[in-house]
Structures are given as C-alpha cells and as structure tokens.
Design a protein around this ligand. Structure first.
Ligand code: GLU
Length: 278
C-alpha cells in the first residue's frame, strides 16, 4: 500500500503549486495524509491553518484522518534528538538567530550558505547553554561516516547518491523549536508510514540530509517524487506576495475547485502558468 502526504506550512495561503502537489499526492497514494507543519511559531498563523482546510475542501480533496499537527509532536522529536545525541552527532551552536531562522522552514531551493562550522569544535559548555540562546546542529561529517553517503530512489526507479558536500551541519532543533524542518519531517513521515514523499523539486536539496537522518534513526526509506514547480508563464516563480496564484484568489474569481483539481490531475495548468524544474 502506498502512503503519501501533503505537508503544507501555515505561513501563507496555498497557491497553485501546493494544489498540484496535493492532487499528485492524493492520486499517487492508496492512503493520503495531511500534515500541518506548524513548528515555526514566528511565521505560522492560525488563519492560514483554516485556509488550508478551506482550500482542500474547495479542491474536493479528502485525506485519511488524523491530521498531524507538528506542534503536538514535541515528545517524538525530543526522543529522536536524544538518539542522535547518544550517537555523538549533535552539538550546540550559538550563531545568530537570523542564520538559524532559515533552517526552521523548508529551504525551497533558495541557495542557503553552508554552515561555516563556527561552533563545531567548541567544548560543551552547560553554563553558556543555560544562559545563551542556542540551537543543536548535526555533525554531518561524522554522521556520514556512521550512516554512509545518503542515497534515495525517485519514483519510477532511478537511484541518486549524494556527494558528501551536499550534506551540511543542519539545525536539528533549538530552544524554542523542538525540531527543525528536516528532523520533524523524517520523524513524522516514519510515524505515519509514508512510503512515497511527493513534493516540489525545490525540496530535492533536502533529501540527502533527510535520508541520512532516516538511516541514523533506523527509520524506513521512502521513495521520493520531486515534481516540477508551477511558475508563471515565462518562468517567473510564484512568490508569497503574489495574490493571483493563491487558491483563495482563484476561488474568489469564480473558478471551480473540483474542476481545477481535475485539470491538475491530468498534468495540465490553467492559462498563464507553466511547469519548470527548481
Ligand atoms: N512544509 C513544507 C512546505 O511548506 C513541505 C515539506 C515536505 O513536503 O517535505 O512546503
């Protein structure tokens, strides 16, 4: 049985790209799950959670209950982090919040600079940790030594092995966030038995580190389907501030959600939009 999921973050209204991802996930799965990635307390807003449910209903997409809210999964993330800590693969990092904020949400293809390793060799200092905001990072070089170079299989057969340089000392958690996107994603995909991860090609760069975490945590390996992204005709990316491609705007303009979902299910897009790789 193939289990898929749609895992939006409630940091804005869903747009056409999300709808394509959700429709593809629904069509590829024998069982299709919905997960709300609401760990980023700074950017997430409750009205966007409501918006996700409204938009899913408008598209006519059903999912298997229960909906997972990552904000309710702290204990599971803590257990996973402790496991990595016992393997000696975690260190405290005191670098700035601006740097850290980036890794709490999915990177979506934005070139995020590799962590320069500033805190990697610091001796553990519980006093400093007690008084200074910090995050927890993965010792990626050691992690690969233990877990081996990560590889993954794309739906349809091809296996990719990542270069070691593609795995960074990513943030795993910080004081006010029990898990980063990467850690929460692998823990939850495994807990809900996701066997096929359907998501945009902009998240392909997240797959090596997520596969490595799965190996280290003894979690099963899913298959991946990184689908082309929806852009404006001509290739311009859909931006958060764009109103036109939001499902809310499409609904307001009189478009039918079920008709849109049927179009997307055929791999087609409304006029004015096109597919591109990340
Ligand atoms: N929450 C991520 C997003 O906003 C999706 C993560 C995933 O599908 O792995 O797109």
């Amino acid at each position: 049985m193939i289990v898929t999921r749609f895992a939006p973050s409630p940091t804005g209204r869903l747009h056409l790209g999300h709808a394509f991802s959700a429709v593809l996930g629904r069509d590829k799965g024998d069982r299709f799950l919905l997960r709300i990635e609401d760990l980023d307390q700074g950017r997430g807003r409750p009205e966007f959670v409501d918006g996700i449910f409204e938009d899913m209903a408008w598209l006519g997409l059903d999912w298997s209950e229960p909906v997972i809210f990552q904000s309710g999964r702290t204990e599971a993330y803590r257990t996973a982090l402790d496991h990595l800590r016992e393997l000696g693969l975690v260190y405290a990092c005191f670098c700035t919040r601006a740097d850290i904020a980036q890794s709490l949400t999915a990177p979506h293809g934005d070139a995020h600079a590799a962590y320069p390793g500033t805190c990697r060799s610091l001796p553990d200092d519980p006093d400093r940790r007690a008084t200074t905001p910090h995050s927890w990072r993965l010792r990626s070089a050691e992690a690969i030594r233990i877990g081996g170079p990560p590889s993954w299989r794309e739906d349809g057969g091809q296996r990719f092995t990542s270069a070691i340089a593609e795995v960074d000392d990513v943030i795993l958690a910080r004081k006010d966030a029990p898990a980063s996107y990467h850690l929460a994603c692998v823990v939850d995909d495994a807990a809900s038995g996701v066997s096929l991860v359907v998501r945009g090609a902009d998240l392909r760069s997240s797959t090596p580190v997520q596969r490595l975490l799965q190996t280290l945590l003894g979690l099963p390996e899913p298959t991946y389907l990184h689908h082309p992204l929806v852009t404006h005709q001509g290739g311009r990316r859909l931006a958060k501030r764009d109103q036109a491609p939001t499902l809310l705007a499409m609904r307001t303009s009189g478009m039918g959600g079920k008709e849109l979902a049927a179009l997307l299910a055929k791999g087609q897009l409304p006029l004015g939009f096109a597919f591109s790789e990340a």
